[in-house]
Design a protein around this ligand. Structure first.
Ligand code: NAG
Ligand code: NAG
Ligand code: NAG
Ligand code: NAG
Ligand code: NAG
Ligand code: NAG
Ligand code: NAG
Ligand code: NAG
Ligand code: NAG
Ligand code: NAG
Ligand code: NAG
Ligand code: NAG
Ligand code: CA
Length: 586
C-alpha cells in the first residue's frame, strides 16, 4: 500500500461506522472521502466534484449467460479523472455491494465490438458475488461512445491516445483505481482484497491485454472468445466475401443455412450423444464430407424487412428477402468448404484460421437479394469493411463502397499492415505470461465451439503459443498439464459467440465462471472440468461439465456418461502454422 492510499483510507475509516448500511455509505460525501488519492496512480488526478452516488435496491437480473438470476442492492457510483497534462476526462462507474454483502472482492469488466464497456450489463456479475464491479468509458465522451467514433481526429490523423486507452490503459486504470477505492470505501485496512476480471469478445481481449502486461492487477481473469489477434480477426470478417468473389458464386443465405443444418445433423452423433449439439467439431472436420450435401433441397420462407439492432451490430438491419427454394450446389459447398479451410494466399500458404463446421450459418457470407437482377449478390461485411476503412485506411467512413479487386493476397496484406500498426495496442497476443504466473494469477479462457464471429481455433492457437513459449522443453502432455495449474482453456460445445446457440439449444453454457474462479483463487479448488448449465431448450437447468483442452468430450452408454478423452487426430485439426508469414503469429 502506498503512503497516499493510507491517507485516503484514514479519511474513509474516520467516517466508517460499524454495521454501516447502504444508505449510510452511498452518499456523495462518503464517496468523496474514499476516493483514490493522486499517489494511487501517478499521472492520474480524480475530480471530487464529479462524484455521483445513489443507492439502488431490489435490482433484478435474469436470463443472463454469464451469471445466474439474482436480486441485489448496490451503490451506483460514477466519478471522473484526468491524465496530468492531457486535460482529458475519463469516466468510471463502480457498483459497490451493500456493506453487509461485501465479500472482499473487486471485479473489472470490459466491452464488446468497439465498445470498452458493456453498459451496465456485466456489473451485476460482480455484485452478486459480493464484489465491487467497475466499467470505464476510456475517456471517449460517455459510456456509450465506442472507439470507432473517436479513433480518428480527422481523416488520416489517428488519435493514438484513444487507441492506447482502448488497447490496455483504460482497463488498467479502472482496476487500480477501483481496487483502491473499494479498499477505502469499505475501510478494509489490511484485509486482502481479491481482484478479478470477467469479459467476452472485445471483453476477452481487454482481459488478456492486462494479463499480458500487469502481473498484479488480478488474482483471476475470465476471458471469453477474445478478439485478441485484432487485425487478423477484423479482416477475416471479409474472408467469406472474398471466397464468394473469387469462386464467383453468391449462395443464398438459405443454401448456406441448409449446409449448416445438414452438417449439424451429420456431426451431432459423432460425440456419442444425439442431442442436436456438435460437441466434436473436430471429428466433424475429419469425418464429414460437405460434398455429401450437394443435391439436397432447401427452402426458406420469404421474410419482411427488419430494423435490426443498429449499425456496428452483427445483427444489423436486414432487407426483405424472397422465398428461397432450391438444391444445394457444388459451388455452394465449395464456398462453404473454402471458408472453413481458412484464408490461404495465392501461393497456397496458410494466412489465417476460420470457423468450425456447424458454426452458426456463415454470417460473414450473407449475400443480399437484388430485386432488379433477381439474383443474390455480394454484401460487404460491415465489421471487416469498417476496420479497413477506419483503422487501416484512416478514413472517417463506416464501410468500404465495394470489394473490387480485393483478393486473398489483399486480405493478407491488410492483416500484416494492421498487425504492425497496432502491434503494441490492439494486437493482444504477447505469449510470455511469466510474470502473471509468478504472481499466482489464474486464467479461465473459454470459447464457443460454434462461434461464427471469432473462430474458436483462434483461442486454441493463442493457448498453444503460450504453452510453447512458456514450456519449450516439455512434451505436449507435460506442458499442457503444467499450464493447467494456472491457465485453462475450455471449448464450449455448440455455443455461439459469447452466447448460447439457438441452432444447438441443448448445449451447456458456463454461467458460473466467476464462482468457479473464486473457488480456485480463494479456496485453491483447481477446476478439472468447467461447470456449466443448459440455459435453454428441453434440458434447461441441467448441469453439465465441459472438458479442459486438450481433452475432448465423448459420451458413452447412449449419451448418459461423458468422458474427456485424448484424441491426437482431433487435436491436430485445431493446430495451424501460418506459413504465409515469416514472423511467428502468436
Ligand atoms: C425484483 O424482484 C423482487 C422480488 O421478485 C421484487 O420485489 C422487486 O420489485 C423487483 N425489482 C425490480 C427493480 O424489478
Ligand atoms: C447510476 O448513476 C448514473 C450517473 O448518475 C445514472 O445516470 C444512472 O441512472 C444510475 N443508475 C441507477 C440504476 O440508478
Ligand atoms: C481543458 O478542457 C476544458 C473542456 O473540457 C476546457 O474548458 C479548458 O480550457 C481546457 N484547459 C486547457 C488548459 O486546455
Ligand atoms: C454520448 O456521446 C455521443 C458522441 O460520441 C453522443 O452522440 C451521444 O449523444 C452521447 N450520449 C449521451 C447519453 O450523452
Ligand atoms: C479498520 O480500522 C478502523 C480503525 O482501527 C476500525 O474502526 C474499522 O472497524 C476497521 N475496518 C474493518 C473493516 O475492519
Ligand atoms: C435450419 O434449422 C433451423 C432449426 O434448427 C430451422 O429453423 C431452419 O429453418 C433450418 N434451415 C433450413 C434452410 O432448413
Ligand atoms: C468435393 O467435390 C469437389 C468437386 O466438386 C472436389 O474437388 C473436392 O475434392 C471434394 N472434396 C472432398 C473433401 O471430397
Ligand atoms: C419448391 O419448388 C418446387 C419446384 O419448383 C415446388 O414443387 C415446391 O412446392 C416448392 N416448395 C415450396 C415449399 O415452395
Ligand atoms: C474523409 O474522407 C472521406 C473519403 O475517404 C470523405 O468521404 C469524407 O468526406 C472526408 N471527411 C472530411 C471531414 O473531409
Ligand atoms: C481493378 O483491376 C482492373 C484490372 O486489373 C483495373 O482495370 C481496375 O482499374 C481496378 N479497379 C480498381 C477499383 O482498382
Ligand atoms: C455449477 O452449476 C450449477 C448449475 O448448473 C450450480 O447450481 C452450481 O452452484 C455451480 N457450481 C459452482 C461452483 O458455481
Ligand atoms: C438411446 O437414447 C435415445 C434418446 O435418448 C433413445 O431414443 C434410444 O432408445 C436409446 N437407445 C438405447 C439402445 O437405449
Ligand atoms: Ca451431440
Amino acid at each position: 500500500m502506498t503512503a497516499g492510499s493510507m491517507v485516503a483510507l484514514t479519511a474513509a475509516v474516520a467516517l466508517w461506522q460499524q454495521n454501516a448500511t447502504l444508505d449510510d455509505v452511498c452518499t456523495a460525501a462518503y464517496v468523496k472521502s474514499a476516493l483514490p488519492s493522486s499517489s494511487t496512480y501517478p499521472g492520474i488526478v480524480v475530480n471530487p466534484a464529479s462524484v455521483l452516488a445513489n443507492p439502488v435496491t431490489n435490482a433484478n437480473v435474469s436470463g443472463e449467460n454469464f451469471f445466474p438470476d439474482a436480486t441485489f442492492d448496490y451503490c451506483n457510483v460514477t466519478f471522473a479523472y484526468t491524465h496530468t497534462g492531457r486535460n482529458d476526462t475519463v469516466n468510471v462507474r463502480y457498483w459497490l455491494p451493500a456493506p453487509a454483502s461485501f465479500k472482499n472482492r473487486y471485479l473489472s469488466t470490459g466491452g464488446g465490438g468497439y465498445a470498452i464497456n458493456s453498459g451496465y450489463g456485466d456489473l451485476p456479475g460482480g455484485i452478486i458475488y459480493g464484489a465491487t464491479a467497475g466499467a470505464t468509458d476510456a475517456g471517449f465522451g460517455n459510456f456509450s461512445t465506442n472507439l470507432d467514433a473517436v479513433n480518428l481526429i480527422a481523416n488520416n490523423t489517428v488519435d493514438w491516445q484513444r487507441i492506447h486507452m482502448f488497447g490496455y490503459e483504460a482497463i488498467h486504470e479502472l482496476s487500480v483505481l477501483g481496487k483502491e477505492f473499494t479498499r477505502s470505501f469499505f475501510a478494509m485496512n489490511t484485509t486482502k482484497l481479491y481482484s478479478y476480471y470477467q469479459g467476452c469478445s472485445e471483453g476477452g481481449r481487454d482481459g488478456w491485454s492486462q494479463v499480458q502486461r500487469f502481473a498484479d492487477e488480478w488474482d483471476g481473469a475470465i476471458t471469453g472468445a477474445p478478439a485478441m489477434r485484432f487485425a487478423f480477426q477484423q479482416t477475416q470478417h471479409l474472408y467469406s466475401n472474398i471466397v464468394e468473389q473469387t469462386l464467383d458464386y453468391y449462395p443464398s443465405p438459405c443454401e448456406l443455412e441448409k449446409i449448416t443444418n445438414l452438417t449439424i445433423a451429420a456431426c451431432d452423433p459423432m460425440d456419442g450423444k444425439t442431442d442436436g449439439v456438435v460437441s466434436r467439431s473436430d471429428l466433424c472436420k475429419l469425418n464429414f464430407n460437405l460434398n455429401s450435401t450437394v443435391g439436397q433441397t432447401y427452402y426458406c420462407a420469404a421474410t419482411s424487412a427488419s430494423s435490426g439492432m443498429g449499425s456496428g451490430s452483427p445483427f444489423g438491419a436486414s432487407a426483405a428477402t424472397p422465398a428461397q427454394n432450391g438444391t444445394i450446389t457444388a459451388q455452394g459447398v465449395a464456398v462453404a468448404q473454402t471458408i472453413i479451410d481458412g484464408l490461404k494466399d495465392s501461393s497456397g500458404k496458410q494466412v489465417y484460421l476460420s470457423y468450425q463446421p456447424g458454426a452458426v450459418s456463415f454470417d460473414d457470407a450473407k449475400t443480399a437479394f437484388n430485386n432488379v437482377s433477381n439474383k443474390w449478390e455480394l454484401s460487404v461485411n460491415s465489421f471487416g469493411a469498417e476496420f479497413i476503412a477506419r483503422f487501416i485506411n484512416d478514413q472517417e467512413l463506416t464501410t468500404l463502397p465495394n470489394l473490387n479487386n480485393v483478393t486473398y493476397d489483399t486480405l493478407k496484406g491488410w492483416m500484416y499492415q494492421g498487425w504492425q500498426k497496432y502491434a503494441d495496442t490492439l494486437h493482444t497476443t504477447w505469449p510470455d505470461l511469466t510474470a502473471f504466473q509468478a504472481a499466482g494469477g489464474k486464467v479461465l479462457h473459454f470459447h464457443g465451439e460454434s462461434d461464427n464471429s471469432i473462430p474458436t481455433a483462434s483461442s486454441v492457437h493463442y493457448h498453444e503459443s503460450v504453452r510453447n513459449v512458456m514450456y519449450p522443453n516439455m512434451s505436449f502432455n507435460e506442458s499442457s498439464a503444467a499450464m493447467s495449474d494456472w491457465y485453462q482453456l475450455y471449448l464450449v460445445p455448440g455455443a455461439a459467440h459469447c452466447a448460447v446457440n439457438t441452432n444447438q439449444p441443448n448445449g451447456p453454457f458456463p454461467q458460473t465462471n466467476l464462482a468457479v474462479m473464486i473457488d480456485w483463487v480463494e479456496k485453491g479448488v483447481k477446476p478439472t472440468t468447467l461447470n456449466a448449465t443448459v440455459l435453454q431448450g428441453s434440458n434447461k437447468g441441467q448441469n453439465e461439465q465441459i472438458c479442459a483442452w486438450p481433452l475432448r468430450p465423448m459420451w458413452s452408454d447412449n449419451g448418459t456418461t461423458m468422458n474427456c478423452e485424448y484424441d491426437q487426430a482431433s487435436i491436430n485439426t485445431w493446430m495451424y502454422t501460418f506459413d504465409a508469414f515469416k514472423m511467428p503469429v502468436y
